[in-house]
Design a protein around this ligand. Structure first.
Ligand SMILES: *Cc1c(COP(=O)(O)O)cnc(C)c1O
Length: 401
C-alpha cells in the first residue's frame, strides 16, 4: 500500500521533513497541524499564540469562517480558468487595489497584474521599469524584495545575493532614509526607485517621515518611476491599506502580497498613471495569477477588514502593545519600532534569536529578523488580553541569552 501519512508527532514529522524537503529554511522549529483565530497547535498538541501570523500574512488569523466561506463558495462555483478569460472576482479585486494605490490621486488611471507571491509582484514591477527605456534602478540598503532573480537583484543582503550573481539589472543601493544620498544617485538614466515604507525584514526600520515625499519629488524631477513595495506593510498591517499613503504620495508602482489572501497565495503589482500602460499584450504572463479563488480570498479579506474596523484596530492595538512593552522599563529593551501591528522590539544585546526560541518554548510565535530585533506581526484580530500575555512573559524570555 502506498503510504500518504500525515499524522505523527513532531519528532517523526521533522525527521521526514529533512528527508523530503530541500534544506532552504533550516530545520523546522515546530510542525503545526491546526490554527484558529490567533492560535496554533503543533503536532504534539501544544498551543501557541501566533504573534507572527505566517510572516505578516494571516491578518484575520487562522480558519476565519468568512474567508473560508468565500474561498469555498468560489471554488465550488468556478476554481480556475486561465488568463485567456476573465472572472468577476478578479475584476472586483483589481478595482479595490487600484483605488487603494490612487487614494491620494483619486481618478488617476491604475491597472493591476496579479501574481501568486510578493517576489512575483516585484518581477512584474521590474519588467514595467524596463519598458521605460531606462535600465538603472535604485534600491535601499537593508531592502528585501524577494528571492527570484529580478527581485533578488533589488534585495540588499549579500548573503542572499552573492551565491546567485550575476543578477539582472543595473542596481545602485543607497542608504535607506537618506534623502541627500537618493538625490545624489538619481539622474536621467534611472528607470525607478524601489522603497519599502518600513523595512520589515531589516528589523522593522522606519525612514524619516518626509522620506517618501522627498523620494516622490526627486523621482518626478528625474523622470523616474517611484515604486513602493507594500508586500509586508500593506493591506492593513500598519493600520492603512498602504503604509505609504499617510505620506501623501502616489507611487507609479505599488506591490502587494502577504496580507492580501490571509494565507491563500496571491500577489499584485499595481501601476498608476502612464506606468499603468507600460506592459502590453504579450509582455508578461502567468497561469495562476488572478485565479478566481485567490481573488475571492483577497476580496473577503478586504471586506472583513473594512467591516470590522481592523485598520483602526491595528493602530490602537499596535500603539498599546508598544506602550506596554516600553512600560516594562526593561534594561534590554531600547526601543519599539514600527506602525500598527508591524513592530520591532529593539534589544540592547544580539540575543533576539535566543529570545525567539525561548518564546516558542513558552507558547508564543515571534521571530528575530535581526540579531537585535524581535518582530511582532500578530493577526489584526488579536485581542489586548492576548497581547498582554506576551508582554507579561517578555521579561522572563529576555533572561534567555
Ligand atoms: C516577503 C516580502 C517579499 C517577497 O514576498 P514572497 O511572497 O515571499 O515572494 C517582497 N517584499 C517585501 C517587502 C517582503 O516583505
Amino acid at each position: 500500500m502506498t503510504i500518504t501519512q500525515t499524522s505523527g508527532g513532531q519528532a517523526e514529522l521533522t525527521a521526514r521533513y529533512s528527508n523530503a524537503l530541500m534544506n532552504t529554511f533550516g530545520a523546522p522549529k515546530r510542525v503545526f497541524v491546526r490554527g484558529e483565530g490567533a492560535h496554533l497547535w503543533d503536532a504534539d498538541g501544544n498551543r501557541y499564540l501566533d504573534l507572527l501570523a505566517g510572516l505578516a500574512v494571516n491578518a484575520l488569523g487562522h480558519a476565519h469562517p468568512q474567508v473560508l466561506g468565500a474561498i469555498s463558495a468560489q471554488l465550488s462555483t468556478l476554481g480556475h480558468v486561465s488568463n485567456f478569460f476573465a472572472t468577476p472576482t478578479q475584476i472586483a479585486l483589481a478595482e479595490r487595489l487600484t483605488a487603494f494605490a490612487t487614494v491620494n490621486a483619486p481618478g488617476l488611471e491604475a491597472r493591476v497584474f496579479f501574481t501568486n507571491s510578493g517576489t512575483e509582484a516585484n518581477e512584474a514591477g521590474f519588467k514595467i521599469t524596463r519598458r521605460t527605456g531606462r535600465t538603472r534602478l535604485i534600491a535601499a540598503d537593508g531592502a528585501f524584495h524577494g528571492r527570484t532573480l529580478g527581485a533578488l537583484a533589488l534585495t540588499a543582503n549579500p548573503a542572499y545575493r552573492e551565491p546567485f550573481e550575476p543578477l539582472p539589472g543595473d542596481v545602485t543601493f543607497v542608504p535607506y532614509g537618506d534623502v541627500d544620498a537618493l538625490a545624489a544617485a538619481l539622474d536621467d538614466t534611472v528607470a525607478a526607485v524601489i522603497l519599502e515604507p518600513i523595512q520589515g525584514e531589516n528589523g522593522v526600520v522606519e525612514p524619516p517621515s518626509d522620506y517618501l515625499r522627498a523620494a516622490r519629488e526627486l523621482t518626478t524631477a528625474a523622470g523616474a518611476l517611484l515604486w513602493i513595495d507594500e508586500v509586508q506593510t500593506g493591506i492593513g498591517r500598519c493600520g492603512a491599506w498602504l503604509a505609504s499613503a499617510a505620506s501623501g504620495v502616489t507611487a507609479d508602482i505599488v506591490t502587494f502580497a502577504k496580507g492580501l489572501g490571509n494565507g491563500f497565495p496571491i500577489g499584485a503589482c499595481v501601476a498608476t498613471g502612464a506606468a499603468a500602460s507600460l506592459l502590453g499584450p504579450g509582455s508578461h504572463g502567468t497561469t495562476f495569477g488572478g485565479n478566481p479563488v485567490a481573488a475571492a480570498a483577497g476580496l473577503a479579506v478586504i471586506g472583513i477588514i473594512e467591516r470590522d474596523g481592523l485598520l483602526d484596530r491595528a493602530v490602537a492595538a499596535g500603539d498599546r502593545l508598544a506602550a506596554e512593552i516600553l512600560a516594562l522599563h526593561h534594561p534590554l529593551v531600547t526601543a519599539v519600532r514600527g506602525r500598527g501591528l508591524l513592530r520591532g522590539v529593539v534589544l540592547a544585546d544580539p540575543i533576539a534569536p535566543a529570545v525567539a526560541e525561548a518564546a516558542l518554548d513558552a507558547g508564543f510565535v515571534i521571530n528575530a529578523p535581526r540579531p537585535h530585533v524581535l518582530r511582532l506581526a500578530p493577526p489584526l484580530i488579536v485581542t489586548d488580553a492576548e497581547l498582554d500575555t506576551f508582554v507579561a512573559a517578555l521579561p522572563g524570555l529576555l533572561e534567555h541569552r
